[in-house]
Design a protein around this ligand. Sequence first.
Ligand code: CDP
Length: 262
Amino acid sequence: MEGHIKITLLFCSFICNIFVTLQRINIKRQTTMKKIIIAIDGFSSCGKSTMAKALARNIGYLYFDSGAMYRAVALYCMQNGLIDGDSIDTDALRARLKDIHIAFKADPETRNSITYLNGTNVEHEIRSLEVSRYVSPVAALDFVREEMVEQQRELGKEKGIVMDGRDIGTTVFPEAEMKVFVTASAEVRAQRRYDELTARGDAPDYKEILENVQLRDHIDQTRETSPLKKADDALLLDNSNLTREQQMDWLIETYNKIVSEC
Ligand code: CDP
């Protein structure tokens, strides 16, 4: 009986050793592997942020949501009376742009990235439909883009990042090693945003969301500075009919292939 227990313990310790060694090999592989920049661009509400966040977590990269920066600028305008109806006081915004400080910090529990505007956590507020209404006109202003792009390049100086947005592969990091352009039908995207807002306790109107998605598509694609378009060397990913798992498998496979060829 005693011998039996000894053999079992030996076997367990053998398995544990193999597990620890494999983990070490994996950590070493991750730290010695070349770090790259991953740019994920695409239409609004196509799940870019969720996908980019999960990819970054899987491969040990930092995640940055460039849309959150434009959302924070729009929120600043709303809070400081720089938006009146449909018009933005561009002179006042230009003069105050240097007073807008945006930072990202990781939530200690979830490890999710939290957006701070001038030291205040605005992660929840910037996702409201009201901010969504104003963000695209604010993001279409060339001086706003110039400032945001400069800050985004700073975030990518050390590489090892996943950044999502509209112009990451075309303007912010045209030299990014991995570029993905995500799309899905406007109806699928509106439904996803509807589900997201419902899950956080809001009572959204599907028609209003669909109109907002279509309007933002139009503004993003037709603006003069850095319009939304697929970079020539970006891989197209239509996720209308993909599960999150299928999408993640594809992303990891693509990442491994690109890194092994670097
Ligand atoms: O989450 P969703 O896809 O709806 O949008 P977002 O990524 O939070 O971005 C909000 C808005 O910011 C977009 O509709 C664009 O107008 C603008 N944006 C941009 O112009 N350039 C970026 N790199 C990211 C966002």
